[in-house]
Each structure stands twice: as C-alpha cells, then as structure tokens.
Design a protein around this ligand. Structure first.
Ligand code: PNW
Length: 476
C-alpha cells in the first residue's frame, strides 16, 4: 500500500471514556456528589435501577485500564476529569481537593510512561451537585465563572503534560437530554410527573446551551492567553451529531435534513466556527434563542482549535416533526422501500451506516474548515448484555461497524482530502451507559460487573490490526 493511501503519522487513535461512567468510588478522597449521583439514584431514572457507584471501578483500578490500552496498542486515551473530585463543591470560592488532583496527575504520568497521549475532557456531564443546588447549575450565568475557574485549576495542575483539551462534551446532550427531555441529569422538563422540581422544555435548553457556549469560549480564551504560550497545547469543544440524509428527494425532505443538521450541529458549531446562528434556528425560536453581545460574539467565534466530532449513526429525515430540538423534523431508519438503513444496535437510536460517516466527515470539513478529531464513535451489539461471555466477546456487528467506519475514514482522508487527526472508539470497556444503566454495552472490552474481570472482544483486535496497517510509518 502506498504512503498516500495511509493516514498521516502521528495519528492519535485509541479509546474514549468519561469519569462518571467508569470511576465508581463516589466518596473516595473527598469527592462530593455530582448531579449524576443524585439523578441516577432516583427510582426509575436508569433501566436497571443502578447508578455509577461501582461502574468499572476505574478510580481504584486505573492501572488496569492503562495496561489494557497498552495491550491494545492505543496511541492515545480520551478520558474526562470529575469536577467533584477536583473542586468538590464546584465554585470558584470553594476549596480545591489536592487528593483529586493527585489522582489524575498520577494517572496522566502513568499514561505517558506507557507511551499513551492523554486527551482530556474537562466536562463530561457530571456537574457538582452543590452548583445545581446553589443557583441551578447551567441555567444560571454564574456557571460561566465557576467553569472557567475549574478549567484553570486543570490547566495549572495538568497542562505541563496534557496537550489536548476538550472543554465540554456534547453540549447538545446536556441542554436537550438534561433540560428538555429530562432523561439525563438533572432531569428537568415541562412534565411535572417526571420533573416535580420544575423545568420548562420550551426555554431552558436554549438558555443552558447559551451558558455552555460562553463557558467554553471563556475557558478557551484563558487557556490561550495564560497557559498556551508556555504549555503549547490545543483546545476545543466536542459536539455530537449524526449524519442527516433526506428520506427521499422531495424538496421538503431535503430541507428537513439540513434543518436537522442545523439543530444537531449548527446550533453550536455555527456560532463557534462561523460566528452566527443558523437561520433555521433563529426562525424557529425567535426571541427564545438567547443572543450574544458583540463582545461575546468576538469571544465565541473562533473559540475552538479543531472540530471535535462525536458521531454514531445516520438518520433519514422527514419534514413535519414537532420537536424543536430536532429542528421540527422526524427521522427514521426505514427507507421508502421498506428496507433498513443498516444493522440495528441495542439502543433504538443507532444503526450502522458507514457511507453516512464518510459523508458527515466531508460535510464538517467543508462547512467548518478545521482539522477534525473524531473523539467518539462506537456501537452497542443487540442483546450483548444477556449473552454468556463466550458469545459476547465475538461481537461481529461491532467488528463490522468499526471496519466499515474506519475504511470510510481512510477514504475521507485520502480520497476526499479531509484533514482528520484522531479516532477514538467508544468505549475502552463496557461501562455505565447513563439512562440505560449497565444494560447497553459499548465496550471493546467485556466487563463482568460481579468480578470486574475484563475480557477483550474481537473488535479490540480488529481496531489494533486496522491501525497497524493504515497509519504511515513515522519516517515516511
Ligand atoms: C455519547 N443520542 O452520548 C456520550 O458522549 C457518551 O458518554 C455515551 O456513552 C455515548 O455517546 C453512547 O451513548 C450520546 O441519543 C447519547 O443521540 C445519546 C445520543 C447521542 C450521544
């Protein structure tokens, strides 16, 4: 294979996780609860009634996680920091917890000793509960200064060794799942049966997103002004977003696909990379879409060094939906001729469709013109959790998903000219899948939650082999 048909070196490939999904040890070394401890412990909020108290016990078993990454040949590891371990009460006037800092510092040293590049998410959904109680968390502007203070503590403590930062993971999910649909912490929505404490699905998600964008942008400014000159790293945000194809070629469904992309991705990416909100969102929301001042626009526009891309699937979009967070569109996996778009995962929202992955890479590269870091991509095999270990580790549907998407990524990079610099599979190991509890498994490693035994699945071998064959050698 010629050099041109390979990914450039160094290519950061590896796996991603998030603190609340893997760490367990909720009270260790001074940690206080996050909104996810509170939310998941309420009856009916997770499918199996379980929370993250144990998860994969990665807070105590972190050396095992590094050994696993090393065994798989991973070049990089994307993980998140728990705000509640670093500043247990969360606020800028609250004490910093040295034991929490030491934990992550040791972990980062361990990764570097193993030759693995740390790729750090500052916020992956586990807001300190105290900040929610104090002023409503992301609903209040005070969150901006508290987030920036927390980010700065992280830059100071770890920035000598961490050169890849992500501010916020999937702000769409925080705003929509947490404050509109109410299926993620803090569980707010207009339905008082689901959210007795309050909530307004028509206004809160747009306010939360506004504060997320400002908190992200302000943290990036502080990093660039105060830390980057000496530390020399890069920083950005990572957005979820799946490819949206028109259900058929009718003009209203072609428009629906673009409206869906505008709300899934453009809501955040247009302000950050282009300096404006999508027209379709302005029209849909009117005065409910908070506006930025001129000064804020200057802060927001250009506030990400790269495009951080989390993606899982492709949707067929139709006009006429009623949900604003889907841009008033409907979506399906069933084509007009009745066939399915791809192989169905355990979760209803995911089917495998590699051509959509390639199309999305092209769309993002052309629209936002920034190097792309694929920060999450993965698959949950149907009924994997109810299979015996001997069957579960032969995860053929996941193997095919990764094979298809990695080949699509290579084609996007080498044939289409997209600048792609990383690929992180979600996830290193089965873990706490938020509202699904432990029922849905996304790992390339099987976890037995009784014994915490880890067993590689076939997909872990496929990915190692694929990158072994498709990255140019360092000297080339
Ligand atoms: C991402 N959706 O979340 C998260 O970043 C991970 O923490 C999570 O475990 C992973 O994907 C798998 O779910 C999403 O419904 C959750 O479209 C749901 C959706 C998208 C992303």
């Amino acid at each position: 294979m010629s050099v041109q048909s390979k990914l450039p070196s160094p290519f950061l490939w590896g796996y991603a996780t998030a603190s609340y999904q893997i760490e367990g040890s909720p009270a260790a070394d001074g940690r206080l609860p996050s909104i996810w401890d509170t939310f998941a412990s309420k009856p009916g909020k997770t499918l199996d009634g379980l929370d993250g108290s144990h998860a994969t016990e990665s807070y105590s078993k972190w050396k095992d996680d590094i050994a696993l990454l090393k065994q798989y040949g991973a070049k990089s590891y994307r993980f998140s920091l728990s705000w509640s371990r670093i500043i247990p009460k969360g606020g800028r006037g609250d004490p910093v917890n040295e034991a929490g800092i030491k934990h992550y510092s040791d972990f980062i040293d361990g990764l570097l000793e193993a030759g693995i590049t740390p790729f750090v998410t500052i916020y992956h959904w586990d807001l300190p509960q105290e900040l929610h109680d104090r002023y409503g968390g992301w609903l209040d502007r005070r969150i901006i200064d508290d987030f920036v203070n927390y980010a700065e503590v992280c830059f100071k403590a770890f920035g000598d060794r961490v050169k890849h930062w992500l501010t916020i993971n999937e702000p769409w999910c925080v705003a929509v799942l947490g404050y509109c649909v109410g299926i993620h912490a803090p569980g707010r929505c207009s339905d008082r049966n689901k959210s007795p404490e309050g909530g307004d699905s028509a206004t809160e998600p747009w306010i939360v997103a506004h504060h997320e964008i400002l908190a992200h942008a302000q943290a990036v400014k502080i990093y660039r002004d105060k830390y980057k000159p000496a530390q020399g790293g890069e920083i950005g945000i990572t957005l979820n977003g799946d490819w949206c194809m028109p259900y058929d070629d009718s003009p209203e469904n072609v428009k629906a696909a673009q409206d869906a992309l505008d709300t899934a991705i453009g809501w955040f990416a247009d302000p950050i990379y282009r300096g404006f909100y999508p027209e379709s969102m302005k029209k849909m929301l009117g005065s409910r879409l908070p506006t930025f001042t001129e000064e804020e626009w200057a802060l927001v526009h250009g506030s990400s060094d790269f495009y951080g891309m989390n993606t899982y699937t492709t949707k067929l979009c139709k006009a006429g939906g009623t949900l604003e967070h889907h841009g008033l569109t409907d979506s399906t996996f069933t084509r007009p001729d009745g066939t399915q778009l791809g192989v169905q995962a355990h979760c209803s929202w995911l089917q495998a469709y590699a051509p959509g992955f390639r199309a999305l890479l092209n769309y993002l590269w052309k629209t936002y013109k920034k190097p792309i870091y694929v920060t999450e991509n993965g698959f949950a095999v149907k009924d994997e959790g109810s299979k015996p270990l001997s069957e579960a580790i032969h995860d053929t549907d996941r193997v095919n998903y990764y094979q298809g998407n990695l080949d699509a990524l290579l084609a996007a990079a080498t044939e289409d000219g997209c600048d792609i610099r990383s690929y992180f599979g979600w996830s290193l190991l089965d873990n706490f899948e938020w509202g699904d509890g432990y029922v849905t498994r996304f790992g390339v490693t099987y976890v037995n939650y009784e014994t915490q035994e880890r067993t590689p699945k076939d997909s872990a071998r496929l990915i190692a082999k694929w990158f072994g064959e498709h990255v140019a050698s360092a000297s080339a």
